[in-house]
Design a protein around this ligand. Structure first.
Ligand code: GDP
Length: 522
């Protein structure tokens, strides 16, 4: 098979959602389609929303395939599906955002009873900024949720994206009858107990379907649908692929209902890997020379195995185990010899991979987040990964002042690695660490102690809203504890606002100062 054919088979995506919207449940159903697990319930969603590694190891042993909590891949309908896990709950961190730089599309799950929630907005923004196509699955139709039209309006307003319902539900909860599959021009009837019947539109008139079409809920929905046909947005695959329109699917991951129709349609519409921006222009995925970039580095927390794994998204050419590549940042050759694997826990060796695939490579302390690896003579680097806005800030000091040197070294290395973001107090040069989730601090503290032999003290500054200051002259008197002034790694000033109120107050008072949030910096 040619590189081009291999690339076009790949569908690499992540599922984003607020905790409890149903990511674990939906993922499990998709794995069932891929025959990765035999029956639902094999993979239990743990409290943290992660798959238990032991479950995976067991599955791997049983079936001899590579499934891990970071990347799940399986063949489906002639495609090669790669699902990347986006850690949520307590594991929410910058890695969750960075994962989104390694996918070609995203499935956004929304709980029909709740609508859009905080974490969904954050993750959505990143997808939007990068123009990633977003497919929406509105979940839990088996429960009494909010009216579908209201949910669509909320998506359009809060997320500022066009919607196109690929299907439309008839009733909800106890009155749930099924969905109009607008795309497939059929009615999918909900029979409960994992059973669904597909009725082509032209067969709805048949006598056996009269109980359905005479139902008042069904008739009301038909009117609603007519309205949508007339007044709703027009479907445009181009707009979807540009990330400007999101196709909406209603269903229930648990029932399950509408999952198969959703997945089949999604897989047929979702983009295969496309060209990526680099310092030398666009690099096509079927470029014969291998290239890729590191989007995540995982340090082993076990002191007995102090090794690290770099997660690489293949962007072009063919990866082969043992190949020699070049680290673009340093221009130094590196042999990708041993330990190519999907994740550290599985130790599964892979022999080859193509654009769209994710591989884990042994990191001899050489890589940084965002690094480009290339096979050819030409040198280029893929676009830098954005910095993602931290929300939590803590002042950090060494417990023992005599350890200042190791302290600095440790922080510098962990910052380079992308484990944390570092800011300096504008007055006292104090070290302030920004993170997206608490977990990052735990990892930071642990690694400082175990790898650099420094115990640190963390003092919370609390949740803050960071904004870069676009102005020639920074006047320190404008700032105090409420609007803390700090500098980033490049020496650029930013204010950490205590809350929305102080941000607005500042804007009113200093309309001439342009405030930029991290998303727009890169
Ligand atoms: P995650 O945190 O996004 O991974 O969410 P889970 O998949 O763990 O689901 C959270 C809870 O919602 C669990 O109790 C699920 O059983 C439940 N759930 C998921 N999908 C559905 C659904 O379609 N209908 C109903 N009624 N419950 C669901």
């Amino acid at each position: 098979m040619s590189i081009n054919e291999e690339v076009n088979k790949r569908k690499t995506f992540a599922i984003i959602s607020h905790p409890d919207a149903g990511k674990t449940t939906l993922t499990e159903k998709l794995l069932l389609f891929g025959n990765l697990i035999r029956s639902a319930g094999t993979v239990k969603g743990k409290k943290s929303g992660k798959f238990a590694t032991s479950d995976w190891m067991e599955i791997e042993k049983q079936r001899g395939i590579s499934v891990t909590s970071s990347v799940m891949n399986f063949p489906y309908m002639g495609h090669q599906v790669n699902i990347l896990d986006t850690p949520g709950h307590e594991d929410f961190s910058e890695d969750t955002y960075r994962t989104l730089t390694a996918v070609d599309s995203v499935v956004m799950i929304i709980d029909a009873t709740k609508g859009i929630e905080a974490q969904t907005i954050k993750l959505f923004k990143v997808c939007r900024m990068r123009g990633i196509p977003i497919f929406t699955f509105i979940n839990k139709l088996d429960r009494e949720g909010r009216p579908p039209l209201e949910l669509l309006e909320e998506i359009e307003e809060v997320l500022d994206i066009e919607t196109y319902p690929m299907n439309w539900p008839v009733g909800m909860g106890k009155r749930f009858l099924g969905i109009f599959d607008r795309h497939g021009k059929q009615f999918v009837r909900f029979n409960g107990n994992e059973d669904e019947t597909y009725i082509p539109y032209q067969d709805l008139d048949k006598p056996e379907n009269q109980d359905l079409v005479q139902n008042s809920t069904f008739q009301e929905t038909e009117d609603e649908l007519a309205l949508l046909d007339e007044a709703g947005d027009q479907y445009s695959l181009d707009a979807v692929l540009r990330g400007e329109q999101t196709p909406i699917f209603f269903g229930s991951a648990l029932a399950p209902f509408g999952v198969q129709t959703f997945f089949d349609t999604f897989i047929s519409m979702a983009p295969a890997p496309t060209a990526r921006k680099s310092t030398e222009g666009l690099i096509s995925p079927d470029n014969p020379e291998f290239s890729g970039f590191v989007f995540k580095i995982q340090a082993n927390m076990n002191p007995a195995h102090r090794d690290r794994v770099a997660f690489l998204r293949v962007c072009s050419g063919k990866f082969e185990r043992g190949m020699s590549v070049k680290l673009a940042r340093t221009d130094k050759p590196i042999k990708l010899s041993q330990s190519q694997q999907f994740v550290a826990s599985s130790r599964d060796t892979i022999e080859e991979a193509y654009a769209g695939d994710i591989i884990g490579i042994y990191d001899p302390n050489a890589y940084r987040i965002g690094d480009t690896l290339i096979e050819g003579k030409e040198s280029f680097e893929y676009d830098e990964l954005p910095q993602f806005p931290p929300e939590l800030f803590k002042k950090v000091t060494a417990k023992n002042v005599m350890k200042a040197k190791q302290f600095k070294k440790g922080i510098e290395q962990l910052v380079q690695e992308g484990a944390i973001q570092l800011f300096r107090g504008s007055n006292d040069e104090s070290y302030i660490i920004g993170a997206v989730g608490e977990l990052q601090y735990e990892v930071f503290e642990y690694r400082m102690k175990n790898e650099y032999n420094v115990e640190v003290m963390l003092e919370s500054i609390g949740e803050r809203i960071p904004r870069w200051l676009k102005t020639e002259q920074v006047d320190r008197t404008m700032f105090d504890e409420r609007n803390l002034l700090v500098k980033d790694r490049e020496g650029e000033y930013l204010a950490l606002f205590k809350n929305d109120f102080s941000l607005r107050w500042f804007k009113d008072k200093h309309p001439d100062i342009e405030l930029v949030d991290l998303f727009e910096v890169n």
